[in-house]
Design a protein around this ligand. Sequence first.
Ligand SMILES: [Zn+2]
Length: 145
Amino acid sequence: MKKVQTVSKAKRKAWVWFSLYIRTRRADGEFNTCVTCKRVYPIKSLQAGHWLPGRHNSVLFDPRNCHPQCYGCNVPNKGNPVKYFHFMEETFGKEIMDELEELDKQTVQFKVVDLEELEQFFKTKYKELIKEDNNIRNFNKRGER
Ligand SMILES: [Zn+2]
């Protein structure tokens, strides 16, 4: 019988794949660029940092709202918001930013099944990424994820 999952456990599991997908997207081999300080870091030392703080479920797993960031920008610099704003403006433009801000105001309650779907969705997206990019695949083969 399948074990019953709690929402918080399911959320953590979904986050693992979401974060891996976010940090690997647009990577160059095992490296990716922090979107706010533009420095290059190994994927494994990058974090998935939110533009609008991911405290609201409605924007927590939105890939437009979350991008690779170094620890320095994400944690001590609290997301480096001015630079993040410019990155969002250049990458998505004001319309999408407004849309995300509207979404951020909405209340979303996750059920375990929603989070399991998100987990599967981003697991698939991640696997597609590493299938497309031979460099990433090789680096995964070395088990350095
Ligand atoms: Zn940075």
